[in-house]
Design a protein around this ligand. Structure first.
Ligand code: MN
Length: 252
């Protein structure tokens, strides 16, 4: 049987090119390698078409990291000066894609910005800059601490009786950290699955969905040397395989 197809959302950025500033899709290969290692086929989703066009093709979805979500998406009227990498095209594409995917009960793993936009799409809000809004928080940008990308930087506590706990176990694990924003108000449908020692939300999930899981850390940078983190991608691909079989059998 064919392997499940996992749609992956790339970042969008304007870059210099020989013919002038050019809008480009950007995607770290770590994401596609993690999906392949888990047994899925990565499909990079171009945001230049309405996401409904992709929905029936996909068995699962991976929302990746990248620039900040535009604060207007969650009703903020001010924009913190540290805000970077905003793409209205990406925000629109992903917010629409998330709503369609949830309606179709498509398995979804959301990473970093992916966790943040999932929360926003469901009505939650974001802290625009952790150091200003939580002055006693840990430094969640491990590059500023000199910690290599393949090494974890802080603990998270995983709540028992969550989807995340069934994959990684409950209790404390160490994760990497490359974010300056975090969830402020958790969207009502989402459930807390892990927090950092400073209280920053590090994982959430959607209890009534088959598989919707979001983490604030970057398992795609860890999965090669930290097998526990590879289990997140395997869990997504396994859920997508079930979705693929149900679709083949025409079960909704
Ligand atoms: Mn963190």
């Amino acid at each position: 049987m064919q392997a499940p197809l996992i749609g992956i959302t790339p970042d969008i950025a304007q870059q210099p090119a020989a013919h002038g500033p050019t809008d480009r899709l950007l995607l770290n290969l770590d994401y596609t390698e993690a999906i392949v290692a888990a047994g899925g086929i990565p499909i990079v989703l171009a945001p230049t078409i309405e996401p409904a066009a992709y929905l029936d093709l996909l068995d699962g979805l991976l929302l990746t990291g990248g620039g900040d979500v535009a604060p207007k998406c969650y009703g903020a009227t001010t924009v913190h000066p540290e805000t970077y990498g905003v793409s209205d095209l990406r925000d629109h594409f992903e917010m629409t894609l998330i709503r369609l995917a949830l309606a179709a009960d498509l398995p979804m793993l959301a990473i970093c910005r992916g966790l943040q936009i999932l929360n926003v799409a469901l009505g939650g809000t974001l802290l625009q800059h952790i150091p200003d809004q939580l002055p006693h928080a840990l430094n969640h940008r491990q590059q500023e601490l000199g910690i290599p990308a393949t090494d974890p930087a802080h603990d998270v506590s995983i709540r028992p009786e969550t989807l995340l706990a069934t994959i990684l176990g409950s209790g404390r694990i160490r994760v990497n950290s490359y974010h300056h924003q975090a969830i402020a108000d958790l969207a009502t449908p989402l459930q807390l699955a892990a927090t950092a020692p400073d209280g920053v939300i590090e994982a959430v999930e959607l209890p009534h969905a088959t598989f919707v899981l979001a983490v604030q850390w970057h398992p795609e940078r860890l999965f090669r040397h930290h097998p526990l983190q590879a289990a997140l991608f395997s869990a997504l691909v396994d859920a997508a395989r079930l979705k693929m079989r149900r679709r083949a059998a025409r079960i909704p």
